[in-house]
Design a protein. Structure first.
Length: 238
């Protein structure tokens, strides 16, 4: 059985527990380096990514969720220039690939995620704790959230969680909560030059410095889930 067949089997009509089966596959591979009956040879992160992309072909409510490709994640980490001991936050952490790379660079990872199966998978793959928190809606207060040095962001896109522009909502929330962080965000190319929403206006009117824009080696790396050309934006909120 290959990944495509496995994904189809996990998401057959009437199977509402594909998330648990997905986590079990990741757990087995992370612990044993193999999955019985599944033709795959690679890392646990890669397996989690590829299998989920295949699952998206069968589970329509989750088509707007996607992982950061590892090649793009590595570019983001390089752009972030994480220093030893810095606190690195990913507010939509998924399976924790960005945070794992940040930790390998010397950072101290901290993440939020709302999809429970991703949180559980991250504990097996990256051996890290990601908080089950709805970042854009949860009333975070100074007493219960960490102040990061670096924020890594590959936000969801489109209309989600009751917002027409969920990308903008993530940026608004970051600007609201964090005053001294470097932000490295994967966004549509030209995002801050559009007649955009509140988040773009806040970046411009408050004088936050867009320190650099890094072009991706493949600007369409997120297709088919995001059709726009993408780039890495580095912002300084200090």
């Amino acid at each position: 059985m290959d990944l495509k067949e496995c994904a189809a089997q996990l998401t057959v009509e009437g199977n509402e527990s594909w998330q648990e089966s997905y986590v079990e596959i990741i757990k087995t591979y992370a612990e044993e380096g193999r999955v019985n009956g599944l033709e795959y040879d690679g890392s646990a992160f890669k397996l989690a990514y590829v299998l989920y992309q295949e699952i998206l072909n069968y589970v329509s409510p989750y088509r707007s969720a996607y992982f950061t490709p590892l090649s793009v994640a590595k570019q983001m980490i390089k752009a972030a220039n994480v220093q030893e001991g810095e606190i690195v936050l990913d507010p939509c952490a998924g399976i924790g690939a960005l945070l794992a790379l940040a930790r390998a660079a010397g950072g101290r990872p901290c993440g939020y995620e709302i999809q429970n199966h991703f949180i559980i998978a991250s504990t097996y793959i990256g051996k890290m704790y990601i908080s089950p928190t709805d970042f854009v809606n949860y009333p975070l207060k100074e007493t219960n959230y960490v102040q990061p040095d670096v924020i890594l962001l590959n936000p969801p896109s489109g209309s989600q969680q009751g917002y027409k522009d969920i990308t903008g909502k993530f940026l608004e929330r970051i600007i609201e909560l964090y005053k001294k962080a470097r932000v490295v965000a994967l966004l549509p190319l030209g995002y801050f030059s559009r007649k955009a929403g509140k988040a773009s206006q806040q970046v411009m009117t408050r004088g936050y410095d867009i320190t650099s824009v890094v072009n991706l080696r493949n600007p369409y790396a997120l297709k088919p889930y995001v059709k726009s050309k993408m780039a890495i934006y580095c912002l300084d909120l200090t």
